[in-house]
Design a protein around this ligand. Structure first.
Ligand code: 3NM
Ligand code: MG
Length: 553
């Protein structure tokens, strides 16, 4: 057993021959996937006798060797030895790591499955007990999402579960007799239900929080463990075009930047160009956006969604949440429908959309207006992950925990205006840090932050405040912009892609509002012109000088 490079886990293909489309062979399929960018292959064949397994493994090893990609065997050390491939992957109920290591030697690659912190800690302990060459071990963490590929899989842990494991291991120290040893240089790969739709969510949401990163910076031996890649079975195995799928997954992995990436100083030109790349792809991909929203704004939100080239679907039926998550690619959750049943349906919607990996825009309408809404908004933030929380000043201050916000109704004019914009920007930034997401505070100028970078957008028009639904339907546009991010190539490498999408949606929306005002006589004709301008601008973009955006420090 020998290998030349340290393990590249970036796109990890796990096979399952039963998923193959007809008219191909496993070897051909694996070769196409490698050409698309697969960096490591695991042969996982649950229904083969030993003889057939070895024959298949030899054939596939011929292919992987040709491309210098390591081949690991699931579970069967005997098969790995018979074939002379590069290693094995052992599950929690398989052969133990120490025995596999002794049988295969110090330079074989060995992966171990772990589904929680306890299993992951035990795996690192086991790894540290037996000598192995550096860079030869990894942990497979999952299942991230529910998957049909492994019928007996454990409860999905979500990207947040991956994050929890990575953060715990980052601060973990070996104990007892192991205390003097360094933590092994083990890598990590996420597995379970990962596909082109949810990959970005997996990569983003599994990132250690910015708060955690800040905290680690202050520690004596700062360590921040991250995913080395993702593992997929059905996304590639069941595809008739494995090379294309692998290429797309790889592109996403290579272009995923994180909020901690280099600080963006966006030039005007840069902003309008990257913005246009995002917004023009909305009508190309026509994402279906599920809304749970209030009856006052349903029609207008649906029209705004259509105007930007996406499709709306409205439903508050808890029995539909799972099916809707499956067919949609973005979710707007608007708290303006204040009925007791709302909590149940919102919770189902959040859970199912998080599970699918759809971006969620949460609009805590009237969060500070009543005790019920205040409490519910706090509960919902605990239920799941929101990619964006968008609200006016009172709503965002309430989510941030201000107790004394008393809103008269749901509009911003009802909130005390004493706070200065730099105080507000600090609240927005701190809340983004706390929630590890993007916060948008709307107002005369809008503030947006991902915790690292904070912007003020000065675009917009006073008539927006005179037409109902103009706050709520910004959520539709943000969801549409976020939903196309996985489908487009590199936008601006150095900045958080989700932040780019949100800024793009906000500029599109507010510049359209300004253009519409030039054509209108008052709020009613403005509303009509606004839809016209939105639909034109997803085709033509806008001029760099139209964007009034300012970066704060
Ligand atoms: N192991 P797909 S989930 C092989 O959680 C495997 O350890 C898992 O298949 C684990 O990419 C899984 O088709 C199957 O969802 C993943
Ligand atoms: Mg197994």
């Amino acid at each position: 057993m020998s290998h030349r490079h340290t393990l590249d886990l970036s796109l990890y293909l796990v096979t399952s021959s039963d998923l193959l489309p007809s008219n191909t062979t496993l070897a051909k399929h694996v070769e196409a996937a490698i050409k698309g960018g697969v960096s490591i292959v695991q042969l996982r064949e649950k229904n083969l006798d030993t003889g057939a397994f070895i024959r298949l493994a030899k054939e596939v090893h011929g292919v992987t060797k040709k491309h210098s990609v390591p081949l690991l065997i699931n579970d069967r050390v005997d098969v790995a030895l018979a074939v002379g491939c590069e290693g094995v992957h052992v599950g929690q109920s398989d052969l133990d790591y120490a025995t596999a290591r002794v049988l295969l030697g110090p330079s074989a690659y060995i992966g171990i499955s772990a589904t929680n912190v306890t299993e992951a800690v035990k795996a690192l302990d086991d790894i540290s007990d037996v000598y192995a060459d550096p860079g030869t071990t990894y942990l497979g963490l999952g299942p991230v999402y529910a998957t049909a590929t492994k019928p007996d899989h454990k409860t999905p842990i979500g990207p947040e579960g991956i994050r929890e494991i990575l953060q715990s291991l980052s601060t973990h120290k070996l104990s007892g007799a192991r205390a003097s040893r360094p933590l092994p240089d083990t890598q990590f790969v996420a597995i379970g239900g990962i596909n082109r739709e949810n990959l970005y969510n997996v990569l983003y949401m599994s990132e250690p929080t910015l708060e955690f990163k800040e905290q680690q910076k202050k520690s004596v031996c700062p360590r921040i463990l991250k995913l080395g890649g993702v593992a997929v079975v059905s996304a590639i195995m069941a595809s008739p075009t494995p090379q294309i799928v692998a290429r797309e997954l790889c592109n996403q992995i290579n272009t995923a930047s994180t909020p901690a990436a280099a600080d963006p100083i966006l030039s005007e030109e840069h902003i309008s160009q990257s913005t246009f790349d995002i917004i023009k792809s909305i009508p190309i991909h026509m994402p279906l956006i599920h809304h749970i929203t209030n009856s006052v704004v349903k029609g207008f939100s649906a029209n705004v969604t259509l105007a930007v080239g996406a499709s709306p679907i409205m439903s508050e039926n808890p029995m539909e949440m799972k099916d809707l998550a499956a067919i949609t690619s973005g979710f707007v959750l608007n708290m303006g429908t204040s009925l007791p049943e709302f909590e149940l349906v919102a919770t189902k919607g959040i859970t199912e959309n998080n599970r699918k990996g759809n971006p969620i825009v949460f609009d805590p309408v009237g969060a500070g207006a009543t005790k019920w809404r205040r409490e519910l908004s706090h509960k919902l933030v605990e239920v799941g992950y929101f990619d964006v929380i968008k609200g006016n000043r009172g709503e965002i201050l309430t989510i941030a925990g201000a107790e004394n916000i008393v809103m008269r109704g749901v509009d911003d004019a009802s909130v005390d205006g004493a706070m200065q914009s730099h105080d507000l920007a600090r609240v927005v930034r701190d809340l983004a840090l706390r929630e590890n997401n993007i916060i948008v505070m709307t107002g005369k100028s809008d503030i947006v932050s991902n915790g690292m970078s904070t912007y003020i957008i000065h675009n917009g028009h006073p008539w927006q405040a005179k037409v109902t639904g103009t706050g709520c339907s910004l959520g539709s546009v943000l969801a549409a912009a976020l939903s196309v991010i996985p489908k487009i190539g590199p936008v601006v490498r150095s900045i958080d892609r989700k932040l780019s999408a949100v800024i793009s949606g906000m500029l599109l929306y507010n510049i359209a509002a300004e253009r519409a005002a030039k054509r209108a006589q008052g709020p009613a004709s403005w509303k009509v012109a606004f839809l016209d301008c939105l639909s034109q601008m997803v085709e033509t973009g806008f001029l760099p000088e139209e964007a009034k955006i300012e970066k704060l420090n």
